[in-house]
Write a protein that binds this ligand. Structure first.
Ligand code: NAP
Length: 661
């Protein structure tokens, strides 16, 4: 092997990534070992990582460009490269790995603008219109991410502008990070005793991500050494804690402090916020702006069943798991078959004495054989030794998720398969997923009869399947009941056919009340108008962020921004935080007290998202899903790609807003 003389440290000025790694382990493996790596790697990612680290775009020849074949159920390996492309790419990657080794390259620096566009153009198969949005996610891009390009002491040194950030989950932490970067003073409150939001609260057995881990992190905190392909709940809570500590945000958090009331003071142009601490003590403080990071899937939905109050056993909602209750040998009843039940049931089936699952609708499940797997040995090697490989992989997950699986759940005009499917593609998906269920349950016709959903794939959240759900249902201890719940007795749940099911413990995996945004908070805006009266059960916000009449109030993960078949949640959340920061900047620049979105701008946004959802499986009139509110309007989901959201939130359009003096 040639002697190694390490290169000078690459330039990393302006990188906004709390997990930035300046130097990677040197490569010492033989050519044969490197070939094994090249043969097992996701090739577009490895090629682009090598092109960046070697500063050699000639690696990315036109003939190797991945076609980005759309994914029907799971990402297509290598972006759909042909076998010939793959063979050629392996040769190129192997040569690149040898060069990394032989030239002693252990780091990578910020890309030139030209190089950024070349690399992104390669990965995106030439979709140049994606480049700006993708650059937001690429720590190596010269103006990466949403870091504000201003500090308050520069733009408004004499202005007092305290901000309240509510909630320390994924949304609140993103908001606090961006607000802190502006230098604005802020108070950060969290109703619970721990940070992490949903990932602190949901500790039920089996809890883990149902989207790929590498798509589930902040652009400003690109952790590389994730252990699992689909992270366990505790791993995400740990990550959020780590982010907060690395960013120095923890000391600003007031735990056990709940927001109860927000009142806009018209005379002074400020929000008056009432909070209640763990001892029940109320505090009233005034803020120039409020950023709410309150979650969507946060308020448990516990249906009322006759006799439930006289039940003698233990009951718990999936989000309020009581770890003091030992399920060993007990008769356990699980109500619901959504994403939470899907994880709980397989995790407890071996422990319990009997398991009764009340299913109202069967779930659709996408094949994910690797659902419980750790990341592989080669992947770990690449993360350790190829500069920025993990971050390029993260970008790849986000990039391939831009269009995601949307084409499988988009309505085809004149399709006559309703209510079971909405297009030819959707019917094909239905047939494929049905055949998998048939394979899994062929030994039990009774289960098979009730396991095929009666609605189109994609109308509700689809689950990730590695076979554990079917195995749990097939277990002799398990009974699946579809006749509904007639009533509870002290010791049994009586089903719709009058059959009693013994119950020591009842687990409500019955979901949340996602349409009731900010439900627990009394909010009054300009002229004393109540937010909840304005919404009247139909939550609407411009870009999912602002509501007319409620100036300087910004919702992170508000109505109509959730992605289900495409897009990155963290991207949507970060963009909302950035939009809040940009709006505040407009207020400061104008010497105004507030920014208030115009009603007609909100109406336009609502028409836009409603039109989008009408084209998707979940927007069909015969479908019922938590994506919709009580009157059937879809309030939870963003029906477009991250690119459209990028464009909408890129600037604060003054014509859509009123500035208050
Ligand atoms: P969910 O998807 O709303 O599921 C609730 C389940 O309870 C459904 O099967 C529902 O039946 C049933 N149910 C509701 N009311 C009922 C009643 N009165 N009688 C009988 N059954 C009733 O809730 P979830 O499972 O907690 O999941 C909510 C969302 O959280 C997911 O869609 C996902 O976005 C997120 N989540 C994510 C993860 C993850 O990433 N790992 C894990 C868990 C949850 P119907 O289907 O008929 O309404």
């Amino acid at each position: 092997m040639t002697a190694v003389s390490p290169r000078s440290t690459p330039a990393t000025d302006g990188v906004d990534d709390l997990f930035w790694q300046a130097s990677y382990s040197p490569i010492s493996e033989s050519d044969a070992e490197l070939e094994r790596v090249a043969r097992s790697a996701e090739l577009p990612v490895l090629l682009v990582a090598l092109a960046a680290a070697l500063d050699d775009p000639s690696i990315l020849s036109e003939e190797l460009r991945p076609p980005l074949t759309p994914m029907d159920t799971a990402p297509v390996p290598h972006g759909g490269m042909t076998p010939q492309q793959q063979e050629r790419a392996i040769d190129v990657a192997l040569a690149g790995l040898k060069r990394l080794r032989d030239e002693g390259i252990t780091g990578v620096g910020v890309l030139s603008d030209e190089r950024r566009l070349e690399l992104l153009g390669f990965l995106s198969g030439g979709r140049d219109e994606w480049a700006d949005m993708l650059s937001h996610e690429l720590a190596l891009a010269p103006a990466h991410g949403g870091k504000p390009d201003w500090r308050v002491e520069e733009v408004a040194p004499d202005r007092e502008f305290p901000v309240l950030v509510v909630g320390a989950g994924v949304g609140g932490v993103a908001a606090a990070y961006r607000i802190a970067q502006t230098g604005l003073p802020y108070v950060h409150i969290e109703a619970g005793g721990a940070l992490g939001g949903t990932w602190a609260k949901n500790t039920y057995p089996g809890v883990r991500l149902d989207t790929p881990t590498f798509g589930y992190s902040y652009s400003f905190a690109q952790r590389g050494d994730w252990p699992h392909q689909f992270a366990e709940g505790g791993e995400i809570a740990d990550y959020l804690n780590e982010v907060v500590d690395r960013a120095g945000l923890r000391d600003a958090i007031e735990f056990d402090t709940r927001l109860s009331r927000l009142r806009w003071d018209d005379a002074d142009g400020v929000w008056e916020a009432t909070t209640i601490d763990r001892d029940g003590v109320e505090k009233v403080r005034r803020f120039a702006a409020v950023v709410s990071g309150l979650g969507l899937l946060d308020r448990p939905h516990i249906p009322e069943f006759e006799g439930a109050s006289r039940f003698h056993g233990d009951t718990m909602h999936s989000q309020e798991w009581d770890h003091g209750v030992d399920l060993t040998g007990k008769n356990v009843v699980v109500i619901g078959t959504g994403a939470s039940a899907y994880q709980i049931v397989p995790a407890i089936v071996d422990q319990v004495g009997s398991l009764t699952v009340f299913q109202r609708s069967a779930p659709w499940m996408l094949p994910a054989p690797n659902y419980h797997d750790e990341v592989g040995e080669v992947f770990t090697w690449l993360v350790d030794k190829v500069p920025h490989f993990a971050q390029w992989f993260r970008l790849w997950v986000i990039l391939t998720g831009i269009e995601g699986r949307a084409h499988t759940v988009t309505v085809e005009d004149d399709w006559d398969g309703a209510p079971l499917s909405i297009s030819r593609k959707n019917q094909e998906l239905r047939d494929y997923l049905t055949s998998r269920i048939e394979e899994q349950l062929e030994s039990r016709p009774d289960l098979l009869r009730i396991a095929i959903p009666g609605y189109p794939p994609g109308a509700k959240r689809m689950l990730r399947d590695n076979g554990v759900w079917a195995r749990a249902l097939l277990d002799p201890k398990t009974t699946v009941v579809t006749s509904g719940i007639a009533r509870f007795t002290e010791t049994e749940i009586i089903d719709g056919e009058g059959v009693g099911h013994p119950a020591d413990v009842v687990i409500y995996a019955t979901g949340f009340r996602p349409s009731e945004f900010l439900e627990a908070i009394e909010v009054t805006g300009r002229g004393g108008v109540s937010l909840h009266q304005f919404w009247a059960g139909n939550a609407r916000a411009y870009n999912g962020i602002t509501v007319p009449g409620f100036p300087n109030l910004f919702l992170i993960y508000g109505p109509n921004v959730g992605g289900v078949v495409q897009g990155s949640l963290h991207f949507m959340i970060e963009r909302a935080a950035e939009f809040a920061v940009k709006s505040i900047r407009e207020v400061l620049d104008r010497g105004a007290t507030g920014i208030d979105v115009r009603p007609e701008a909100l109406d336009r946004f609502v028409d836009y998202v409603d039109a989008g959802s009408r084209r998707m499986a979940w927007g069909q009139p015969y479908v019922r899903t938590w994506y919709q509110n009580a009157s059937g309007r879809v309030t939870a989901i963003w029906p477009y790609t991250n690119i459209e959201y990028w464009e909408l939130t890129e600037r604060v359009d003054p014509t859509d807003h009123e500035f208050l003096p």
